[in-house]
Design a binder for this molecule. Structure first.
Ligand code: NAD
Length: 468
């Protein structure tokens, strides 16, 4: 049982002013694992003040100093990797093998960004002697979701540090244990005081206060498209820069020459990665009408081979959903699919038999029509919608018939054709004949349409100025 009654601000763990508490539940077995005291607006104001003060000196640090900090962050996380993994399994219900991969990915971000920073030109002299100066932008806000907590936090603070900016981080309150451990790593890495300041708290209260604060120059947000819209609206009032990584409803097109024995098990893994709580989940599967029956049989067979539960089993692929609200949300989508006439090929309503935690049944819908709610909205759980198509042209048209544009997947043996289809899917990143999502490169990282805006690179954290 962990009592989190301090928060990392100005290089120290201080008692927050906020008094509200949140009880943290292990989603796998529903045991209470902790309590966190949530910050309020006063804590957020203090964090911003500290970040503003720290910016005065941190913005003047050399590339070498910042490279050393990024290395120390990597080292500190490496030392405590096992503990960080255990916290994510316990708090988020993420199977161990996926957890390990994500933590490794998160710590590597510091080295990737350091190497990019070392090659980055912070000042450019033009042929006539004019200069382009690229100066640190100021105090930046990082607002992150509960899925892949370490990745999202590291992905936001690494480029900020490389650019010489300071950060006020508002993580998800549902990831409080993971965030606290990560902050201990920041402290052990001797991060200069005030460079990263954390405010646990409710999004509508604390997150929104940070977004609207006059001293915040940039908002780097990962979360739902709904909240992304709200943040954009608030940021626009002061023309603040935003980087938005939002939701998805990504298509996976199986071409008629695909090797189904590989493509179909992969399709399930792509759809159910992170127990379906993945922004990049390939949650809409497009299959040739001529191979529909065969593909349905393979889907059912492959689903039986996926290991669910026993989170420390190396083979485990699907765990519980993060909390009761998320479980209920997924149930309401499954109910709506049934009500609107989709057929349940596997899974369906209710808790998975034999599990106490928030385990939804991995569900596969067929006979899905493009106007159904399950076809249009992000479910963020283990639910896959299968559509049939008559021609490749129709498959591409259906795949792009969405407000989202985060990811896309294509399988086929004729690589030239598969590449051509991939290029016609309007999404930030598209994979051909690949299994599970293999980790996006840190820079550039961008979602298309209502899945995001901005690149999340060092440039985003700099003010370009032309001096002639
Ligand atoms: P969410 O949008 O509910 O919350 C994300 C964060 O925003 C949380 O810290 C929350 O407290 C805060 N927040 C909520 N309301 C706010 C407001 N009005 N102002 C400022 N901050 C506010 O998302 P979630 O449920 O935590 O995460 C799941 C969502 O994140 C999914 O939609 C998923 O697709 C998306 N996501 C996207 C990516 C990507 O790279 N594109 C990656 C992971 C998750």
């Amino acid at each position: 049982m962990m009592h989190i009654d301090t928060v990392y601000i100005n290089g120290e763990f201080v008692k927050p002013h906020g008094r509200k508490t949140l009880t943290l539940i292990n989603p796998d077995n529903l045991e209470t694992i902790g309590k966190v005291i949530l910050c309020d607006k006063k804590d957020a104001a203090y964090a911003i003040k500290c970040a503003k003060e720290a910016f005065k000196t941190f913005s003047k640090t050399s590339i070498r100093e910042r490279a050393e900090i990024l290395q120390r962050l990597y080292d500190a996380i490496s030392k405590r990797e096992d503990e960080l993994n255990a916290a994510a399994v316990q708090e988020y219900g993420s199977p161990i093998s996926a957890t390990r991969g994500r933590t490794r990915f998160a710590k590597n971000i510091f080295l990737t960004v350091r190497d990019k920073m070392n090659k980055f030109s912070f000042e450019q002299i033009l042929h006539d002697g004019s200069k382009i100066l690229k100066a640190p932008l100021g105090v930046t806000a990082a607002i992150s979701p509960w899925n892949a907590n370490y990745t999202h936090i590291c992905q936001k603070i690494a480029p900020a540090i490389a650019a010489g900016c300071t950060v006020v981080l508002k993580p998800s309150e549902y990831s409080a244990i993971e965030t606290q451990l990560l902050c201990e790593c920041f402290s052990e890495a001797r991060l200069p005081k005030g460079v990263v300041n954390v405010v646990n708290g409710i999004g509508e209260e604390v997150g929104s206060y940070i977004v609207k604060h006059k001293d915040i120059a940039l908002i780097n947000f990962t979360g739902s498209t709904k909240v992304g819209r709200e943040i954009s609206k608030n940021a626009a009032k002061m023309i603040k820069r935003t980087i938005l990584e939002l939701g998805g409803k990504s298509p996976n097109i199986i071409l008629d020459d695909a090797d189904l024995d590989t493509a179909i098990p992969n399709a399930l893994k792509i759809a159910f990665s992170n127990s379906g709580q993945a922004c990049h989940a390939g949650s809409r599967l497009f299959v040739p009408e001529s191979r529909f029956e065969q593909i349905c049989e393979l889907l059912v067979k492959s689903l039986k081979e996926i290991k669910i539960g026993a989170l420390y089993d190396e083979q485990c692929y699907i765990g519980p959903l993060i909390n009761e609200a998320q479980f209920n949300r997924v149930q309401s989508f499954i109910a709506s699919g049934i009500k609107e006439g989709a057929k349940v090929l596997a899974g369906g309503l209710g808790k998975l038999e034999g599990f106490n935690g928030y385990y939804a049944k991995p569900t596969i819908f067929t006979h899905v029509k493009p106007n159904m709610k399950i076809a249009r909205e992000e479910i963020f759980g283990p639910a896959l919608c299968v559509f049939t198509y008559k021609s490749v042209h129709e498959a591409i048209k259906l795949a792009n018939d969405t407000i989202y544009g985060l990811a896309g997947y294509v399988s086929g043996t004729d690589l030239n054709r598969a590449k051509s289809v991939a290029e016609q899917i309007f999404a930030g990143w598209v994979y051909i004949n690949k299994g599970v999502y293999e980790g996006k490169s840190v820079i550039p990282h961008v979602g298309a349409k209502q899945s995001g805006a901005g690149i999340n690179g060092i440039d985003d954290y700099l003010q370009f100025r032309f001096i002639s």
